[in-house]
Design a protein around this ligand. Structure first.
Ligand code: NAP
Length: 350
């Protein structure tokens, strides 16, 4: 039996990706679409400005959007699981209300750094799901909240996990982030055409703190952040989808460049071992060309779930430097949420 899911923020950039990815999913079935009061009561096709290249599924277009309240979701249909693609500013209390009754897999930032809430990348830290029973006990909830990291953090953390065996001491990352990362309508066209904006509010702090939590250690009761220094510099560029990041890492051991590439190429995690439906065969793809990865050519690698790494070379100040690219609304958002939920099903948490 497929698990019934509600999507909160269903009309937004990430909500639309959730619909696209969940349609026809072997384990999940969309039963409720929720959004703001502006959309509630309307047919989805009237409430949503659909921005994906694939057509809006007909049966989804005909569904009536409900308000983002537990009572209204409950009245609309049975739900086993809630995906939240709410704005961070709204998600905090709303997700807590839902978690009292339902498991919530969230793309929003509101609870990512809460001590008893996991921040999951299925290939990187599946063991952090072990904190869910602690959370349920602390909060007295029947459900729980599990969060997914910020889009720019996910692709970075996947590449760092592959390097952990060499001892990651510190790193610098500079991002070139796509427009869809800002939601819809996002950055005004007259601000971004022919331009780069060297500031994304709170993004650098998120990359630095989230990465340490994800790469940290779960001791059965709490998550101890990884002991590494991270410096992030985030930029918005005139690209539709796909974040590109230049990464400079100091490693304790001094591997050769071929050893670093092999660590990327051979990296797999729980999703691959468990053969989860959304798991890419290769979480990291290494390109050898001098001019790859590029957003237009590489963002859909592994159906948007692979991180593409290129220009792996030694660095005169740190140890190694490389570029990495990930699809921000798939691997960085809805695809990440679906893969997390699949992991929870496989582990008997859902
Ligand atoms: N875009 C990305 O690449 C990306 C990546 C990772 C994480 N995220 C995170 O995912 C979340 C969603 O981002 P997005 O890019 O999809 O944003 P978005 O395009 O602006 O969509 C926001 C969604 O939230 C709904 N909403 C807004 N205010 C609400 C309220 N007061 N109550 C209930 N629903 C409300 C909107 O409904 P209406 O249509 O009714 O207004 C819409 O469905 C954010 O937390 C974001 O930080 C985004």
């Amino acid at each position: 039996m497929r698990r019934k899911v509600a999507i909160l923020g269903a009309t937004g950039t990430v909500g639309q990706r959730f619909i696209q990815i969940l349609r026809g999913h072997p384990w999940f079935e969309i039963t409720v679409l929720a959004a703001s009061e502006r959309s509630a009561g309307k047919k989805y096709r009237e409430a949503c400005r659909w921005r994906l290249e694939t057509d809006m599924p007909n049966e989804i277009g005909e569904m009536t959007v409900v308000n983002t309240r537990v009572k209204e979701v409950k009245e609309a249909a049975d739900v086993d699981l809630v995906f939240s693609a709410l704005p961070g500013s709204v998600a905090g209390p709303v997700e807590e209300e839902f978690a009292a009754e339902y498991p919530v897999v969230s793309k929003a930032s509101a609870h990512r750094m809460d001590a008893d809430i996991p921040l999951i990348i299925p290939e990187v830290n599946p063991e952090h799901l072990g904190i869910i029973p602690v959370q349920k006990k602390n909060r007295g909830w029947n459900g729980f909240i599990s969060t997914d990291p910020n889009c720019s953090t996910i692709q970075l953390a996947i590449t760092l996990k592959a390097l952990m065996g060499f001892g990651v001491k510190q790193l610098i990352v500079s991002t070139m982030q796509a427009l869809s990362g800002a939601g819809y309508p996002g950055v005004p066209s007259l601000d971004i055409i022919d331009n780069v904006i060297p500031y994304i509010p709170n993004e650098e702090e998120k990359m630095e703190s989230e990465t340490r939590k994800i790469l940290g250690t779960f001791n059965g009761n709490s998550i101890q952040p990884a002991n590494m220094t991270i410096s992030a510099s985030c930029n918005r560029v005139d690209v539709k989808d796909g974040h590109l990041e230049a990464v400079y890492v100091e490693l304790e051991n001094k591997p050769t460049i071929e050893e670093v590439k092999e660590a990327f190429r051979s990296f797999v995690g729980e999703p691959q071992r468990l053969n989860l439906p959304s798991a890419p065969e290769k979480p990291i793809i290494v390109r050898e060309e001098n001019d790859r990865p590029q957003p237009r050519f590489d963002r859909n690698a592994g159906k948007g779930m692979s991180v593409v790494v290129g220009r792996v070379r030694s660095d005169p100040i740190m140890t190694v430097k490389y570029l990495c690219l990930g699809h921000n609304t798939i691997r960085g958002a809805a695809g990440a949420g679906v893969l997390s939920a699949e992991l929870m099903v496989a582990k008997g948490i859902l």
